[in-house]
Design a protein around this ligand. Sequence first.
Ligand code: NCD
Length: 317
Amino acid sequence: MDERKALVGRNLLEPGDFSESEMEALFDLADRIQQVPARYAEAAKGKVLAALFFEPSTRTRLSFETAMLRLGGQTVGFSEAQSSSAAKGESIADTVRTVGCYADITVIRHPKEGSCRVAATHSDVPVVNAGDGGHHHPTQTLTDLLTIRREKGRTCHLRVGLCGDLKFGRTVHSLIKALSVQEGIEFCLISPEELRVPSYVVRMIEVGGCKWSETRSLGEAISGLDVLYMTRVQKERFFNEEDYIRLKDSYILDEQKMQQAPEGMIVMHPLPRVNEIAAEVDADPRAVYFKQARNGMYVRMALIMGLLGIEEPETRG
Ligand code: NCD
């Protein structure tokens, strides 16, 4: 059965909405697109993507928009709530119902957890969650899984360290959810006491039957990892600026720490980074975070094709 056909008209709200084989089909398509991008240059001709961003974004919004443009489609949208009718008090339900009259697919980032799920129940076109508060970010997870697959050759049997703000980091919650269902994943959760992973996320690990440990020390953990996923302390989710200032520089990955890391370990980060990875690490071949950002565009191209039911273009010439 064609796994991609099964995605037509669906929403992507959380990792787990797509099966393993549906995600594999998207990763295979992302590989094919990256190999011969010209072949896909008109795949989404005549289609419109709406990007509704009620919170700041660089990579997610621009990679979705460039993904659509590189498929020959077009984009509309806004990048701050103040420039939409939300500023006049319109509900997300009404906004999304209206946008579905204009666009073929709607991508939403919103500060409230669960808002994209509410939006999806009022939308006639596919809705993609581009980050709902401190909850989930499933397209970042597609990006992360594709990156791990490309760099490590597999997304199972890995020791994965997640470091930083594990409480508010939605990319962390989504990646843990996705990896928990894989064979042989061992999680090492590295955070200050105040930013430990929420209990509902720990439950996902336990339901998946994965091994896990917690530590405050990146230095202690780093030598036993295949993947190190660094994250920013999520300033915008703090109630109190003093707490943020106290915690913001809890971890700084520098070349000295990288010397203790295995040769085959990769360093990932959803970006933006603040201080948690020193710029000197960028030159280390194990640092893959900018490749990860690039992968995000290709996997979003594949996702758009899947949700819109766009067939593989005929090879020309
Ligand atoms: C992340 C996000 O928005 O959750 N960024 C992204 O989408 N690449 C991570 C972050 O903001 O720290």
